[in-house]
Design a binder for this molecule. Structure first.
Ligand code: ZN
Length: 376
């Protein structure tokens, strides 16, 4: 179970303690904390955690010859792989201002007065996808039987579907603890073209939406958007999913996915100064020996702070949405998918390299490893 979270009466932060442990503070700070620690259970608890992590990492098996050879091979493969890998970035907060200035199309968006907000009582259909083989249809009712006037819903008041759009009642997925909720809208627009539908959603960037390379398709992992078109704003995502099918007579069918975030974590009580923005991948440490520590996926709404220590120990303290169980399950699934295996005692191994994953609390969990250049 979780250890009780103790509070330091002097407000000494984890980063300060980490630096103190590494003898990396100014002399008067070194002395102040040295005098304080024997009297403070909170600081002692934090230092004990640091000690546990350091001890685990220093007792890891050394990289053996086999994995060195394999790593050499992997390194040669790496530049090609990297082309398709998304770069870590603060999820949304960093770059909104530039796109928000583009107001060229705002007049058109404003003019689209969608009549769908009063839509109720659209029940009883099955959410079946439209058949792309229908060619004789003359209206959307024939293509999407049971469809009614469609809207993006209360969580997306700033998103209008194109005029003359109907849809089946949306299906839901995700939405478990710590997950995005995804609603999938099967839509049909009349008097339209594929280009017009694409342009309509492209105009989202005129109202503060940013193009996104990812979408939380399974509710948790920010998977690549691929050839689809994705946008993000706040912690909401939109995906215009292909194929957009032209049925003739100006009838276009397509699918739109909308994602809303789980409740944001309260990271304020952890004693850490976390990043303002959310990260969905650990930043790439750019090791020349191995790419294994790059691009490790993180659970929804994760804030991070690096906490490196002496002896080549590298890592992050993290704070995420969800529960200890949901974060643990996410990380176990992602690490396993990347080839890491759990060897017990919170130690994961991959090709001779190790990392420590500790999830004692949602607002204070850790991933640590040793810089490969410190391995003998
Ligand atoms: Zn203290």
């Amino acid at each position: 179970m979780n250890e009780p979270h103790l509070h330091c009466p002097l407000g000494v932060h984890r980063q300060q303690l980490s630096a103190w442990r590494d003898h990396a503070l100014a002399e008067h700070e070194m002395r102040r904390i040295a005098e304080h620690v024997p009297t403070c259970a909170a600081c002692q608890q934090t230092l004990a955690q640091f000690g546990e992590i350091a001890s685990l990492l220093h007792h890891q098996p050394l990289t053996d010859l086999t994995s060195s050879v394999w790593n050499g091979v992997h390194q040669r493969m790496r530049p090609k792989e990297r082309i398709t890998m998304s770069r870590p970035r603060p999820a949304l907060w960093g770059g909104i201002s530039a796109a928000a200035l583009i107001v060229l199309i705002a007049v058109i968006l404003t003019a689209i007065n969608h009549p769908s907000l009063g839509n109720t009582g659209n029940t009883g259909n099955t959410g079946t996808a439209p058949s792309p083989t229908v060619t004789a249809a003359t209206d959307c009712a024939a293509l999407l039987p049971g469809a009614a006037v469609a809207s993006a819903g209360a969580q997306f008041p700033d998103v209008a579907f194109p005029p003359a759009t109907v849809g089946l009642s949306p299906t839901r997925s995700g939405g478990d603890v710590g997950q995005f909720t995804i609603t999938t809208h099967a839509l049909c627009t009349a008097h339209a073209t594929v280009a017009a539908i694409t342009a309509h959603f492209g105009d989202l960037t005129a109202s503060g939406w940013l193009h996104s390379n990812t979408f939380p398709t399974d509710g948790s992992f920010q998977s690549p958007c691929g050839t689809d078109q994705c946008w993000a704003k706040d912690v909401r995502y939109i995906k215009l999913a292909g194929p957009l099918t032209d049925h003739g007579s100006g009838l276009i069918t397509y699918t739109v996915l909308l994602a809303t975030a789980p409740p944001a974590p309260d990271c304020s009580a952890s004693g850490n100064t976390f990043s303002q923005g959310y990260y969905y991948l650990l930043p790439d440490p750019h090791y020349t020996q191995t790419p294994l520590y790059a691009d490790i996926p993180l659970p929804p709404l994760t804030r991070i702070v690096p906490n490196d220590a002496a002896g080549g120990i590298r890592g992050y303290d993290l704070c995420s949405a969800g529960s200890v169980a949901s974060i643990t399950a996410f990380m176990q699934a992602q690490l396993t998918a990347l080839g890491w295996s759990n060897t017990g005692n919170n130690v994961w191994m991959n090709k001779g390299y190790s990392l420590i994953l500790l999830v004692p609390a949602t607002t204070q969990w850790t991933i640590y490893w040793r810089d490969p250049s410190f391995l003998p």
